[in-house]
Design a protein around this ligand. Structure first.
Ligand code: GTP
Ligand code: MG
Length: 302
């Protein structure tokens, strides 16, 4: 008997959804940062074994949107709930549910997965992550409140940074999968192109190096990709919304951009297993987060 299915990984921003997918798949399919709204579109992460294949759908964090980009992110998360076999809700168990967790519950209700009219045919698993930050005297109350909010008894407490209870989590997911042949071949671990992964690695380095509002105003895309035999020449554009942000990304005498480029190139070379010449260009596109044309161009809007 072989099991396989689509598992939507859903939750508010910054709870560890992408960390989870990368850890189980064993490859970096989705970038991670300590800023909210790191993931900006649906990304598949495929974990293949002899007896089962988990096809994770990593999704953008559900939140209260402030601009068109935010609405597009929420829509992308909502869209991931169609035709799934399992809903894997990730929460930050060190805190009580917030209004954003309630938004997630609302989305599951609109999709008919939980709620009064639901037949509860799609299994819901709660991954209560960040248990390393949970106070012992808060365990009971947090655990019960999340179970009630998402209407399920199937839960696991995890810490991905400490690698705790990952095996239990995978066991629960596999247990909930239907019988199916594998959907993807053994060597496939994501549906994302190398171009997209490269642009995301650059964005991740920007997220890691910059503080406050600047990272949220940034988008990246590959503008040119030439295989020159000895090396691959890749040009990545970094979009910002204002001249001031451009100056911050470039840094004093170009030091920031250089550091971003060096870190990104090392990781890109590892991923592609090739030598890479990486060029970064910072461009101002005013209010691109409010522009449907740019959101489409960047493939954040479907
Ligand atoms: N303390 C602690 N931090 C964690 C744990 N798991 C993930 N993190 C951190 O939480 C932050 C957010 O992780 P992500 O995986 O990017 O979160 P996400 O849910 O994908 O966020 P969005 O894409 O913005 O929705 C990162 O800094 C992770 O290192 C955990 O178990 N404990
Ligand atoms: Mg993410």
């Amino acid at each position: 008997m072989h099991k396989a299915g689509l598992v939507a990984v859903i939750g508010k921003p910054n709870v560890g959804k992408s960390t989870l997918v990368n850890a189980v798949v064993g490859q970096k399919v989705s970038i991670v940062s300590d800023k909210v709204q790191t993931t900006r579109r649906r990304v598949l992460g495929i974990d293949t074994h002899e007896e089962y294949q988990i096809v994770f759908v990593d999704t953008p964090g559900v939140h209260k949107p402030k601009h068109k980009l935010g609405s597009a992110l929420n829509e992308s998360a909502r869209g991931s709930l169609h035709d799934i076999d399992v809903a894997l809700v990730v929460v930050d168990v060190s805190k009580m549910p917030s209004a954003e967790d309630e938004r997630v519950a609302q989305m599951l209700k609109s999709a008919g997965i939980i709620g009064p009219g639901s037949k509860h045919t799609t299994p819901v698993i709660i991954c209560m992550n960040k248990m390393d930050k949970l106070d012992a005297d808060r365990v009971e109350i947090h655990w019960n409140t999340y179970k009630k909010l998402f209407e399920t008894e199937t839960t696991v407490m995890t810490s991905f940074t400490k690698g705790q209870n990952m095996d239990i989590l995978v066991g629960l997911v596999v247990g909930a999968l239907p019988e199916n042949p594998p959907f993807f071949s053994e060597d496939e671990y994501t549906d994302q192109s190398s171009r997209f992964l490269v642009s995301e690695i650059v964005r991740e380095k920007v997220l890691h190096k910059l503080k406050h509002e600047v990272p949220h105003a940034i988008a990246t895309y590959v503008d040119a990709w030439e295989d020159e035999g000895k090396l691959i020449h890749i040009a990545v554009d970094i979009l910002v919304e204002r001249d001031g942000q451009k100056a911050i990304v470039i840094g004093k005498k170009g030091a920031m951009l250089k550091a971003i480029g060096t870190e990104a190139r090392t990781e890109i070379e590892e991923m592609l297993d090739r030598k890479v010449f990486l060029e970064l260009f910072v461009k101002v596109r005013e209010d691109w987060r409010q522009s449907p044309r740019w959101l489409k161009e960047l493939e954040y809007l479907e």
